[in-house]
Every structure is written in structure tokens, then in C-alpha cells.
Design a protein around this ligand. Structure first.
Ligand SMILES: Cc1cc2nc3c(=O)[nH]c(=O)nc-3n(C[C@H](O)[C@H](O)[C@H](O)COP(=O)(O)OP(=O)(O)OC[C@H]3O[C@@H](n4cnc5c(N)ncnc54)[C@H](O)[C@@H]3O)c2cc1C
Length: 278
């Protein structure tokens, strides 16, 4: 099937895009990489009257960085992060995650902002940005607002974004040289959406200790108690605590799925141990 007939607009600035989106009678939808929206249009699961292609807006391809924070524009593609098109603020984590998303043809077009706005809970960036303690930057006609990535996802395919707003950038803390991280994605074959994601980060210099269990069932879960153990007693003890905490914070998971999550989180912590032992 092909999409129902629609108007295509290609704004050259954020203001132009927001002006189109703010007209609530226009029934407009943002188009970024089209990797999720394309199939939905073809299947006529969504029928916007206007597609607003945001790929030619320079501000959405901007990188800003200082000693503490880094901001990457929403339309950077997974492939650009994989290829190191921007400075590696996270000591290899972003390129590593990007490399495991889908396959190259999808990564060439799919964008970080599109993935976050689409909010598939199985998506790699949804879990990664929540684990990193990133901030999502949102622009509307009324101005700019910032939402912590962990709160941005309200539930599966539901976010804090309004229909007339644009996700413009993601702000991340800059990891120090002491940072260690582990990322483990359980999926049937390489490049598929995750069945479970485990992500552990320890960066004592900037005080960032986070452990996350990401699942297609809904919002990713931060394991705060295990993260405290990671900070005070290290990854091996945290891996033991994580099993119990996953059972507590995600009590309704099917046993097989819970086991996948526990394995993903424990393996991510195991990756930290391996780096420390090297
Ligand atoms: C075969 C296949 C396999 C895949 N495997 C994986 C995988 O393993 N892991 C993974 O994480 N993802 C996977 N994906 C998803 C893919 O990586 C894309 O990131 C994702 O589809 C959406 O990004 P996009 O830029 O293409 O957004 P689009 O498809 O253009 O848009 C998606 C939605 O977000 C909205 N939107 C887009 N950009 C913005 C913005 N800046 N502000 C506000 N709203 C916006 C659109 O209006 C639309 O509703 C896969 C996709 C395919 C087709």
C-alpha cells in the first residue's frame, strides 16, 4: 500500500517548522528518518494531511559541548553516531549502541530524535538516554523546555511531547576518563529490536552510577538500589542485588522475560568487571 495523499513541506528553519506545526487545523506530522513513520503511512495507520520534513534544518544537526555537558541535535542518524561523526562524549557508549540498531540501511536514515519521539520501549536510544541521565530538549511556539529522559517516555509509544512541539536535541553529561560502562541487548538476531536491555554506567569522577533494565513492556526501569551498590561495593555486588531489585520493581513480568532482563543487566555489569580486570 501507499500513503494517502498528503502535502510535503521542507522547512529550512526551526521557526518555519514550528509555524506549520502550530496550525492545529493543518493535521501535520513531523518526518525525520521515516523508518517508523514510513511503514505507518504506507499501511495508513496514520493519515496526516501534511508531512513536515525536518532533515534540512541546520539547528537540528548542531553539536554543542563544554567541559560538563554535550548536546546533540535531533536529526543525527544512528549511522553518524556509529561512524564517529561527532565527538565521543561517552567514551564509546553511543557508537556501540548505534552499531547494534537494525541494519545499516535503517541506521543511515533513522534519527536519534525520531527514535525517542516514536518511543518504542524496545528501542535502544530510549533505554540508553534514560540510563545516561540525558535531558530531552523540546521546542514549541511558547519556547523551550527540558525533560529528563527517564520521564520523557510516559509509556509505550507515548511521550511528554505535544503535537505541536519538536524534539530538538538531547543533552548528555560528558563522561570522564574514569568512566566504565556495559551494554547488553538480548535479541533474536543481531540488529533486531531488544527483548531486554541491560545498561550499567559507573563514572566516579562525575558521580554517575546508573543501572537500567529496558524491556519492550514499557518504560525502562532504573535500578537505584543496585546503582548505589555499584558506587559503594562495585559491579560484582551490584550484579547480585540487581536480580532481587528487578523482581521487586518489575513484579508482573513472565518468568522467561524476567530472566532475560536479569541476564542482560548482569552481563552489562560483567562488561564493567572485564574492563576493570584488563
Ligand atoms: C527494520 C527495522 C529495524 C529496526 N530495528 C531497531 C532496533 O533494533 N533498535 C532501535 O532502537 N530501533 C530500531 N528501528 C527503528 C529505527 O531505528 C528508527 O530510529 C525509528 O524507526 C524512528 O526514527 P526516524 O528518524 O526514522 O523517525 P520517523 O519514522 O521519521 O518518525 C517517527 C515518529 O517520531 C516523530 N518524530 C520524528 N522526529 C521528531 C522530532 N525531532 N520531534 C518530534 N517528533 C518527531 C514522527 O512524527 C513520528 O511520529 C528499526 C526500524 C526498522 C524499519
Amino acid at each position: 500500500m501507499k500513503p494517502a495523499s498528503l502535502e510535503y513541506v521542507r522547512p529550512r528553519s526551526m521557526e518555519e517548522a514550528l509555524a506549520v506545526l502550530s496550525d492545529e487545523t493543518a493535521n501535520a506530522k513531523i518526518f525525520a528518518g521515516g523508518q517508523s513513520l514510513g511503514p505507518m503511512l504506507n499501511l495508513r495507520l496514520t493519515r496526516p494531511a501534511k508531512l513536515v520534513d525536518i532533515r534540512h534544518i541546520p539547528e537540528l544537526k548542531a553539536v554543542r559541548a563544554d567541559a560538563r555537558l554535550c548536546s546533540i541535535g535531533a536529526t543525527f542518524t544512528h549511522a553518524e553516531l556509529e561512524d564517529g561523526a561527532i565527538e565521543d562524549f561517552t567514551r564509546g557508549l553511543l557508537p556501540y549502541v548505534a552499531r547494534g540498531i537494525a541494519y545499516r540501511a535503517v541506521r543511515n536514515r533513522g534519527t536519534v530524535g525520531g527514535s525517542l519521539a516514536h518511543a518504542d520501549p524496545a528501542a535502544d536510544w530510549v533505554s540508553t538516554m534514560a540510563a545516561i541521565d540525558a535531558t530531552i530538549v523540546i521546542r514549541g511556539q511558547a519556547g523551550e523546555r527540558r525533560v529528563p529522559a527517564q520521564q520523557f517516555l510516559a509509556g509505550a509509544f507515548t511521550t511528554e511531547l505535544g503535537d505541536t512541539e519538536l524534539l530538538t536535541a538531547v543533552e548528555l553529561p560528558r563522561f570522564s576518563a574514569a568512566a566504565r560502562w556495559g551494554y547488553y541487548k538480548v535479541c533474536r538476531k543481531t540488529g533486531e529490536f531488544a527483548k531486554a536491555i541491560g545498561l550499567a554506567i559507573q563514572d566516579p569522577k562525575i558521580g554517575l552510577f546508573r543501572i537500567l533494565a529496558g524491556s519492550p513492556e514499557g518504560r525502562p526501569a532504573l535500578l537505584t538500589r543496585s546503582a548505589e551498590t555499584l558506587a559503594t561495593r562495585g559491579a560484582e555486588h551490584a550484579a547480585r542485588d540487581a536480580r532481587e531489585e528487578i523482581e521487586e520493581v518489575l513484579p508482573n513480568l513472565a518468568p522467561a522475560h524476567r530472566q532475560q532482563l536479569i541476564a542482560a543487566v548482569q552481563r552489562s555489569l560483567g562488561q564493567i568487571l572485564l574492563v576493570e580486570a584488563a
